[in-house]
Design a protein around this ligand. Structure first.
Ligand SMILES: [Ca+2]
Ligand SMILES: [Ca+2]
Length: 192
């Protein structure tokens, strides 16, 4: 441990994260040390996040999707990810609990953060997802989901809504949970 006070994670944040995530205090302290090493300022900017994210998708255009992911993680809207947002993000996206993951997916699709998803927001995210998919994989997609529009149409049908309706978080989670096709359509998981 260093002797500088600013180097340690604050007790308040630690308590909060212990309550709200599955991580233990030891894990959190360790995460924090890694975070500070990678990110000495204690903040990740949108640009830094995009460049980290793009490394995972060397064969496709990940910037648009990365921007949406960043927006969903940046809960206080200040254009930066701090340690707390980073840990909550890690928790939501890595946890085995599907409901938690779907709550995060909802915030990803809720582009204007108004608490509802519209069909045009679904299209917007599907378009971003499509840019993640490498060309050779695109060619193998089924006929009814081989464009962003078709994918959005197919996904929207699962919510049983009209074109101008909107989907609340509970409806989104319910529509996707226990539905393998919908679950697959809301995300892109690289093959391998
Ligand atoms: Ca923030
Ligand atoms: Ca919305």
């Amino acid at each position: 441990m260093g002797n500088s006070k600013s180097g340690a994670v604050s007790k308040e944040i630690l308590e909060d994260l212990k309550l709200n995530t599955k991580f233990s205090e030891t894990e959190l302290v360790q995460w924090y040390e890694n975070f500070k090493k990678q990110c000495p300022t204690g903040r990740i900017t949108r640009e830094e996040f995009q460049s980290i994210y793009s490394k995972f998708f060397p064969e496709s255009e990940a910037n648009t999707y990365a921007q949406h992911v960043f927006r969903s993680f940046d809960t206080n809207d200040d254009g930066m990810l701090d340690f707390k947002e980073y840990i909550i993000a890690l928790h939501m996206t890595s946890t085995g609990k599907t409901t938690r993951k779907l709550e995060w997916a909802f915030s990803l699709f809720d582009v204007d953060k108004n608490g509802y998803i519209t069909k045009s927001e679904v299209k917007e995210i599907c378009t971003a997802i499509f840019k993640l998919i490498p060309k050779d994989e695109l060619a193998k997609l089924p006929d009814d989901e081989n464009t962003a529009e078709k994918r959005a149409e197919k996904l929207w049908k699962f919510f049983d809504k009209g074109d101008n309706d909107r989907v609340a978080e509970g409806e989104f989670v319910k529509g996707v949970l226990d539905n393998d096709v919908a679950l697959r359509l809301i995300q892109y998981e690289p093959l391998k």
